[in-house]
Structures are given as C-alpha cells and as structure tokens.
Ligand binder design. Sequence first.
Ligand SMILES: Cc1cc2nc3c(=O)[nH]c(=O)nc-3n(C[C@H](O)[C@H](O)[C@H](O)COP(=O)(O)OP(=O)(O)OC[C@H]3O[C@@H](n4cnc5c(N)ncnc54)[C@H](O)[C@@H]3O)c2cc1C
Length: 459
Amino acid sequence: MQRQVTILGAGLVGSLLAILLRKRGYAVKVYERRPDVRKANIYAGKSINLAMSTRGWYALELAGIKSKLQQIAIPLYGREIHNLDGSTVHQPYGSDGQAIYSVSRGELNKVLITEAENLGAQFTFSHRNTKVQLDTNTITLLNENNESHSHQADLLIGSDGAFSSLRQELMMLDRANYQHYYIEHGYKELHIPALANGQFALKKEALHIWPRKNFMLIALPNVDGSFTCTLFFPFEGKPSFASLQTDSDIEDFLKTNFASAYSLFEDPINSYKNNPTSSLITVKTMPWVYQDKSLIIGDAAHAIVPFYGQGMNCGFEDCSVLINELDKQGEHINWAQLLAEYQRLRKPNADAVAQLALNNFIEMRDLVADAAFIERKKIEKDLMIRYPQQYKSVYEMVSFSHTPYAYALATLDAQTQLYQSIIAQGNYFDNLHNPSFITQLDALISNYDTQVKAIDIYG
Ligand SMILES: Cc1cc2nc3c(=O)[nH]c(=O)nc-3n(C[C@H](O)[C@H](O)[C@H](O)COP(=O)(O)OP(=O)(O)OC[C@H]3O[C@@H](n4cnc5c(N)ncnc54)[C@H](O)[C@@H]3O)c2cc1C
C-alpha cells in the first residue's frame, strides 16, 4: 500500500514535491504557516526574483510544468556590470549563449500550488507546525485563532524553510550536528518600474550588478517591464544600514554609488525606509532523515546565501534526486534505505553549494570589476573553446549542468593551480603564437584532467 505523505511548508520546494508525489499516486497533505500566496500578498517588500538554471528546469520538466513556467521566465545571457564612472561591461554567462532565467518567486509559487492542488494535493494554509514527535511522526498544528490540533503523519517531509520545525527535532538526536552562520551583510529591495511606454529601463536580458567592493546592488527583470533591485549591504560599519540614518544620508548614498539606477528608482527614499532589511543565513545540519519516517528538504536542510542563485535550484534538485531514487526502487520500496540514500547523495552537494555561494559574493560585489579577475575569465573562456572535453568553468558546471556541486567545488582548487601554472609562463594570449607553449599547455590540461577525474565526492 502506498504511503500517505504530509508536507510541512507550501514554499517552492514543498509545492513542487507535492506535484511529483501526486503524479506517482501518493496522497499528499500540505500544511503551510502563512495564508495562501494566491490570495494574500505575503511577499511585501521581499518579492525576490529568482535565477532559475538547469537543475531547476530539470525538476520542473519532471513535474511536467516546464513549458508553463517558461512563459513567465526572462532569459539572462550575462552580467551587465555598472561601474562607478557610469560605464558598463557585459560579461556573458556561458561559452555558448547559455542563459539563467529570471522568475518571480511569488508567481512561481502560485503556479506550483495550483498545479499540485489540481492533481489532488490538499493544502491547509495558516497552519503552523509547532512540534514534531519523531517516533510517532505526530505534528502539532496551530491555526490563526491559536487553536491547536495534532496530526499523525505516515511519511513526514519538512520543506519548511531555513528555520524548519522538523529540523529542530532532528537536531535533538544523538550525534546530530548543526551549524548556522549569518554573514555581516543583509539585503533590502528597491524597485525600478517600466518606462511610460512599457519598455524596460535597463537592458532586459541581463543580470545587472553595481559592484562596490564591500556592497552591491543587483537588478533582475520582471515580465511587466520593471526590475526588482536588491541592495546587499553590511548591517554595521561605514557605510551600512546602521550608518544611513536620515533621508539625506540615504539619498547621498544611493546617488553617489548607483547614479545610473538612482533616477530610475521608484520612490527610493521611502522604499529604502519602509522595505524590510533581511539577514542572510547559511545552515548546515545532519541528519536529514529519521529512519523510514521523515526527511528534510530544500532550505530546511541547507539554507545558503543567494549569491550563486542556487538555493531554489538546489532544493529542486533535492526533489528530482529523491523522486528518481524512489522510481528506481520499483514496487517494493525500502523506505529506510531510500531516505538514507537521498541523504548520502545530497548532503555533500549541499555543503559544497553553500561554500560556492559564499565565494561568489566576493566575486559579484568586488571581483567582477577587477582587472586580474577579468583576465582570468578571458583565459578560462579560451580554455573552454580549446579543450571542450577537459575544461569547463565552475560557473558552467553549477548553472548549466547536473555536475554534482561537490565535484564543481573540488575542481576549483585544481583550476586555480592550472591558472597559476599558465600565467607563470607570461602573457597567455601572446604565448598562444608559440608552438612550445601550446605543447606545454596540452600537458598542463592533461595533468588537470587526470587530477579532476580522480575526484571522489561521495568517499
Ligand atoms: C534575496 C534572495 C535571493 C535569492 N535568489 C535565488 C536565486 O536567484 N536562485 C535560487 O535558486 N534561489 C534563490 N534564493 C533562495 C530561494 O529563495 C530559496 O532557496 C527557496 O525559496 C527555498 O525554498 P523552500 O521551499 O525550501 O523554502 P521557503 O521558500 O522558505 O518555503 C518554506 C515554507 O514553509 C513555511 N513554513 C515555515 N515554517 C513552517 C511551519 N512551522 N509550519 C508550516 N509551514 C512553515 C513558510 O511559510 C514557507 O512558505 C534567494 C533567496 C534570497 C533570500
């Protein structure tokens, strides 16, 4: 007999999983703390545009809704860097016209819930889980009138985000490990509306970045012609959220650092003052599963900072890996084994993407405008063209492939060593005219290839 599934949290990951499980005939109940996103504006001032990439699209395809979501996604073919002097530089994402896609979190969530509901998943909104008893799989739900009731789950899935209630209980188990870490930056949204003629005020098909070393502004397009902008800024110090006290502090700061965006912002001072300032957390935890009874997934298992645009993509990949493992089991499912395998496959990759995301903050806010970094990217691009079988950039592996994140992270060191060996020979592009350098380069690449092929991420 098939198990009944109870999902905590109707965010992106919980709703997608509800679709995938309904498609396999499981009865699915979902309890969500907040009101229904289709009826209430639950994302005020924190709308967030998400960059969807290959891993996310694959899971949506598995759920049969990729084409529906492509209609509300805008391709971004590269970064548009806005320098302090007003000049701009375009840095393509992939070697082959690849794109990541800007999607509104709210719209995506609405589509996922509606699809799951149409397939028969039962959603109960404004019900917060307050306690899980792991041995009996009993959850305690509190509704908006503070009335509580219990529900005994058969299979329990915690997709209840970075502060997961199921994870709280898993952390109490013997030998459970847990770590969380806030970076010193937070974020705040600002808005650039469409122009009067409905056109985009900035180049549409790019992720815009105003890198300013210790802080940055980014902007992603929406289908209505507007841009959602996010300021990533330290909480303390100078300048910081704490140091901008008056209207004129805010105006001076925004005008001085983001002149090309300032005139386009809608009501910047009031938006800055009224929109929430949110923090950014990384969560690492173990275990992710309990016997054959429960598991955590998405941000509940691995909240990460947003700088690689991979939090949701990683959560969606958790879903596709779990479902593919489930499908592999056939009719007689060994649930304890399935859950253990899911944890074995995902945990090292979640740890790796957490690190990649932290690294990428430095890249986005500082290095993208750095001459040495730009030179390295140019060389990397040339290596990808010359040695397409042996050399792929870490960005391509992460954003445009299913290469395990842990493998991508592990190649980073090998790539840095390779790069240092290459530039130790002098100017790369001048050297390319020299046949003996090409012979040397072939040998370096072959050595690199041997090194990365030996990487074993699952031990
Ligand atoms: C500024 C920013 C930008 C980002 N950009 C990107 C990006 O470009 N690309 C990308 O891939 N990712 C991005 N992310 C990450 C992405 O938003 C998350 O990884 C993703 O939303 C995680 O989905 P989730 O369903 O696991 O968790 P959530 O979206 O947090 O959903 C959890 C749900 O559980 C509910 N819930 C919580 N507690 C309970 C409870 N006790 N009982 C019942 N329900 C509960 C919540 O209300 C919520 O609806 C970004 C994040 C931020 C903050």
